[in-house]
Design a protein around this ligand. Structure first.
Ligand SMILES: NC(=O)c1ccc[n+]([C@@H]2O[C@H](COP(=O)([O-])OP(=O)(O)OC[C@H]3O[C@@H](n4cnc5c(N)ncnc54)[C@H](O)[C@@H]3O)[C@@H](O)[C@H]2O)c1
Length: 347
């Protein structure tokens, strides 16, 4: 088992390794004592994994309740959020109790926000079950739901108290969703670690999952420790994401987050090359790595079409957009780009 400790406004451990999910009862007990547990999952994850988690907790004497919602990004909205808050209230949870978000990034974002809001904050344990949630969304404390105007527009920073990252969950993850997570893994390689990029660039990484997840979580931890509230270095984690959010929205969320990130990374690397903004061309390497991990590298949406969506993005502030650009594989930088210049580049 690997342990990565996050030292943000709250200190917490991310435990990574086969079988760590079995530690849930003892960890809850040692962190919070005798509390009640609300398990939150989408219907897919509930069908496959919720009974096991609930039984583990019940056998250890915990009183549990479950909240299950329909899977998919469409559920990451204020209506489902308030249904979850009403559930917590109906079940008379207190702020000393624990919400366990067992699922992918949608469950983690929704559950994390509910835990922050309910009675101004209850305990939160993240148990990511998708690769994307393991390497990215379960760590770092960003929580949100989507609004009609765009993704993740209503949210707060809420660090969990514990993250249990068990790669065994990935055996039931559909290949499509596994690839989505690989987009974020490739991203970490491009922004911070050429060796990680080399490890994953040919695909077929299932025998090295704990090692790869640990490396990604460590990179994210280092960034979050330095810039928890996203005022500086954390922006690097958004490599490919500004265009990705626009692609997701334009496609009415039929293009998944991971696939949109893959396309967004290629588009932005292409722009960097075209405009002489990178030291070493890396578009081809990124495209190959994505293709080898069953990810798309382009979309029919034109850059100009995505521009309107881009300007709605939270990362567009004060007349400029922070573009994250690759210098070379393993090294990216943030460039505040005036909207007019951005529009010219994208058109
Ligand atoms: N908070 C953050 O820092 C952060 C970072 C990146 C992405 N996100 C958010 O994460 C979301 C995407 O995450 P995601 O790709 O995990 O989406 P998701 O939660 O919708 O999961 C993808 C699909 O996989 C299924 N699934 C998950 N685990 C499974 C398992 N073990 N077995 C079988 N099926 C399983 C889910 O039911 C769903 O259908 C987006 O909303 C994105 O905005 C948040």
């Amino acid at each position: 088992m690997q342990t990565v400790t996050v030292n943000a406004s709250k200190q917490y451990d991310v435990l990574i390794g086969s079988g760590v999910r079995a530690l849930l009862p003892e960890k809850i007990s040692s962190l919070f004592g005798s509390v009640r547990v609300c398990l939150v999952s989408d219907d897919n994850v509930a069908r496959l994994h919720l009974d096991e988690a609930e039984t583990l907790l019940q056998n250890a004497g915990f009183n549990c309740s479950r909240f299950v919602f329909p899977h998919g990004e469409a559920s990451k909205n204020p209506t489902v959020l308030f249904e979850l808050l009403e559930h917590l209230a109906d079940e008379r949870f207190s702020r000393k109790d624990v919400l366990v978000a067992l699922g992918g990034g949608v469950t983690g974002d929704l559950g994390g926000l509910a835990a922050a809001l309910y009675m101004r904050g209850m305990h939160l344990v993240q148990i990511p079950t998708s690769l994307l949630a393991m390497v990215d969304s379960s760590v770092g404390g960003k929580t949100a739901v989507d609004l009609k105007a765009g993704k993740n527009l209503a949210g707060v920073f809420n660090q969990p108290d514990l993250v249990l990252c068990d790669p065994d969950y990935l055996s039931t993850l559909p290949p499509e969703d596994f690839s989505d997570g690989m987009a974020e893994v490739v991203k970490y390689g491009v922004i911070a670690d050429e060796a990680l990029f080399d490890t994953v660039k040919d695909g077929c990484i299932k025998d090295r999952l704990t090692q790869i997840i640990t490396r990604c979580v460590t990179i994210k931890r280092d960034v979050v420790d330095e810039d928890e509230f996203d005022t500086g270095r954390r922006a690097l984690l958004n490599f490919g994401h500004t265009l990705a959010h626009a692609i997701e929205a334009k496609s009415n969320f039929t293009v998944s987050h991971g696939k949109a990130v893959a396309i967004g990374m290629c588009r932005i690397a292409a722009l960097a090359e075209q405009h002489g903004l990178c030291d070493a061309p890396c578009l081809k390497q990124i495209q190959n790595a994505l293709t080898n991990n069953d990810l798309p590298t382009d979309t029919a949406f034109l850059n100009a079409e995505l521009f309107d969506e881009v300007t709605k993005d939270k990362k567009c502030t004060g007349g400029s957009i922070t573009l994250i650009l690759p210098r070379r594989i393993g090294d990216c930088y943030a460039r505040a780009t005036p909207i007019d210049e951005c529009k010219r580049m994208l058109s």
